[in-house]
Write a protein that binds this ligand. Sequence first.
Ligand SMILES: *[C@@H]1O[C@H](CO)[C@@H](O)[C@H](O)[C@H]1NC(C)=O
Ligand SMILES: *[C@@H]1O[C@H](CO)[C@@H](O)[C@H](O)[C@H]1NC(C)=O
Ligand SMILES: *[C@@H]1O[C@H](CO)[C@@H](O)[C@H](O)[C@H]1NC(C)=O
Ligand SMILES: *[C@@H]1O[C@H](CO)[C@@H](O)[C@H](O)[C@H]1NC(C)=O
Ligand SMILES: *[C@@H]1O[C@H](CO)[C@@H](O)[C@H](O)[C@H]1NC(C)=O
Length: 168
Amino acid sequence: TQGDLVYKFMNVECNVNPVFVSNVSCSLKAIDWNKSVVNMDCFLLSQLNPTLRVQVFAKDYTNQYKPFLIDVKVNVCEIIKRRNFLPYGVMFWRILQEFTNANHSCPFSGHLMARNGYMPSSYLPPFPHGFYLFKLEFWNSSTHLFGTVKFFVQVMEMIKLRNKSKTV
Ligand SMILES: *[C@@H]1O[C@H](CO)[C@@H](O)[C@H](O)[C@H]1NC(C)=O
Ligand SMILES: *[C@@H]1O[C@H](CO)[C@@H](O)[C@H](O)[C@H]1NC(C)=O
Ligand SMILES: *[C@@H]1O[C@H](CO)[C@@H](O)[C@H](O)[C@H]1NC(C)=O
Ligand SMILES: *[C@@H]1O[C@H](CO)[C@@H](O)[C@H](O)[C@H]1NC(C)=O
Ligand SMILES: *[C@@H]1O[C@H](CO)[C@@H](O)[C@H](O)[C@H]1NC(C)=O
């Protein structure tokens, strides 16, 4: 049988345009060998009606990240109004909504935060084992990039602990 896949965050990087976004923090916390969670805070200086662009890259044998299958753009406000059903875009937005305070109608303003975020494997298609970069860009319009979040992810079998044998 196929083992349980996990999509484990190895690193996260947040970059914002300081004209539109201030006070950014972005960090990972290790939970166990299978899981680390992301916490993020930022403050929007302008209202945001985001278009989310998601690109996935896979690390190849030369240690370079190469485009991998997914490069989609979705208008988040249209998803919220249920007028837009691009599957991959919707999938990433659903994941974001589970652990951010961006779970209301557009526009977004003020304090945005994410708490204890991770990538539930049940939401994702089964990826081959390896190292990936998930790059999320938040645009207000085609000329205004508010910020970019890069998730460095290892896709692997879940590591299960065997019971320790008693040593007397
Ligand atoms: C950003 O953080 C600084 C220092 O913590 C604080 O004084 C300022 O009010 C914050 N700005 C916003 C827009 O939250
Ligand atoms: C891996 O994750 C599973 C499910 O969350 C957990 O039961 C298990 O203890 C974890 N393994 C290790 C080595 O942390
Ligand atoms: C972002 O879009 C909203 C809604 O269209 C608009 O009110 C705001 O001024 C825009 N912000 C920037 C920086 O373009
Ligand atoms: C958004 O998330 C918060 C915190 O998880 C929750 O209390 C609230 O009910 C959610 N709002 C919507 C519209 O789902
Ligand atoms: C590990 O130990 C727990 C109780 O301590 C037991 O319920 C479980 O079946 C054991 N698992 C294995 C694989 O031996």
